[in-house]
Design a protein. Structure first.
Length: 297
């Protein structure tokens, strides 16, 4: 089972569920009916499990090139000697496809029960994930594709709890999510895989533009994430007020901005890994803050 969980980056996937949860509470202004809550959690878990597995299935050829020179354990939330389990021959392709198919089917069923329109988001994210993997050696612009894929879960969460969400709010949410994914996840993950990516000729932001530029970009993007988060209460039916904004500001500065400043100054790979971990905890922190304010209201 550990090999399957490594295939789907299970720890990371569980943390990712917090972001759809935060967005759903924010847009709805309260907790949904318990049936929607349970079904939404299970569907989100299935969706992230399937899409992360798809990454390794589609990227098998490149991953085999990476592991040929040894496997780096990775950053804390994904630290495992079983990274790239198919490429390391720890899992067969047949088993990986069965695992993906099972969770993808569950995702389809869950989405159909929540809101069939969300299926368009799921299928779009699936296609974009394949495109993202295939662009590894082609262009650094793949990072924008990653932003769209990671945004799919939270965007779907809005449609799961609000029948007709306003498009300006969805557009703002998409921009905010993409900034967090690119600055707080994608560039940092590529930073961690710097040696492997260089060896196989990958085209990532740290490799194409260099570490100083990548560090500055991460700082700018995550600073924007924190600033824009202060506008998120505008899209909630709750009157959250300045205490909520202050909580978001503190969380963003501590988990994103300060570690990003350290990374931009040192350009140390250990700092990049630490920032990735802190950024991965950012959605969970937002969910806790949101849940507390919902309960108090």
């Amino acid at each position: 089972m550990q090999r399957f969980l490594a295939l789907s980056r299970s720890v990371h996937g569980v943390l990712d569920i917090a972001l759809p949860g935060f967005v759903a509470l924010l847009w709805l202004g309260g907790f949904p009916d318990w049936t929607v809550l349970v079904l939404g959690l299970l569907t989100a878990l299935a969706g992230y499990t399937a899409i992360y597995a798809l990454n390794d299935i589609v990227g098998l050829h490149d991953d085999r090139e990476k592991v040929a020179g040894g496997v780096k354990r990775g950053y804390a939330v994904e630290a495992s000697e079983m990274r790239y389990p198919i490429a390391q021959n720890l899992l067969s392709m047949k088993s990986a496809l069965a695992w993906f198919g099972f969770w993808f089917a569950l995702t389809i069923v869950g989405i159909y029960l929540l809101n069939p329109r969300i299926l368009l988001i799921l299928f779009g994210a699936t296609v974009l994930e394949i495109v993202y993997v295939k662009l590894l050696k082609v262009t650094w612009l793949r990072t924008f594709v990653s932003g769209l894929v990671k945004s799919a879960g939270p965007m779907a969460a809005v449609f799961a709890v609000v029948e007709q969400p306003a498009w300006p709010g969805l557009a703002f949410l998409l921009v905010w999510l993409m900034l967090w994914e690119i600055g707080g996840q994608n560039i940092l993950a590529d930073w961690n895989d710097l040696d492997e990516d260089r060896r196989i000729g990958a085209r990532t932001i740290p490799l194409v533009f260099g570490l100083p530029a990548a560090g500055r970009l991460v700082l700018v993007l995550l600073s924007l994430v924190v600033l824009l988060s202060l506008l998120l209460p505008l899209f909630s039916p709750l009157a959250l007020g300045w205490p909520f904004q202050l909580a978001l500001l503190v969380a963003g500065v501590v988990l994103l901005v300060l570690p990003a400043v350290r990374l931009a100054r040192t350009l140390d790979g250990a700092q990049a890994a630490r920032l990735f971990d802190h950024s991965s905890l950012y959605p969970l922190t937002l969910l806790v803050i949101m849940a507390v304010f919902v309960l108090l209201s």
